[in-house]
Design a binder for this molecule. Sequence first.
Ligand code: ZN
Length: 137
Amino acid sequence: MTMIRKIDHVGVAVSSLEEQIPFYRDILGLKLVGTEEVPEQKVRVAMFQVGEVKIELLEPLSEESPIAKFIEKKGEGIHHLAYNTDDIEDELSIMKGKGVRLIDEEPRSGAHGSRIAFLHPKSSAKVLTELCQAGEE
Ligand code: ZN
């Protein structure tokens, strides 16, 4: 049976990766796992590893990016919490069965070959919640 066992990452919306990477890498001393563009979400992502959890910095690639809209409305800051699942389809249908509002009915592509889906923040006191199934690496 599928189960949520850990936080996969915390997503942070930033205007510029270049400006924010030094804080995480040089001040906090976290390991930069990599940077990557995720065209599906119109973002550039920098991933830092801290224990089992990652910090995902998200920079918008265009004004239509959901991250650009988030920053415009609320400013930079914590954007979402992502939970690790080993079966995202199953998890989504369970959530649906429990009456949770979904943003993504079907999983879509995330960073590093992962598959992700967002739940609607109305279901979780405005905390945008992501389910994340790691890619084969
Ligand atoms: Zn994420």
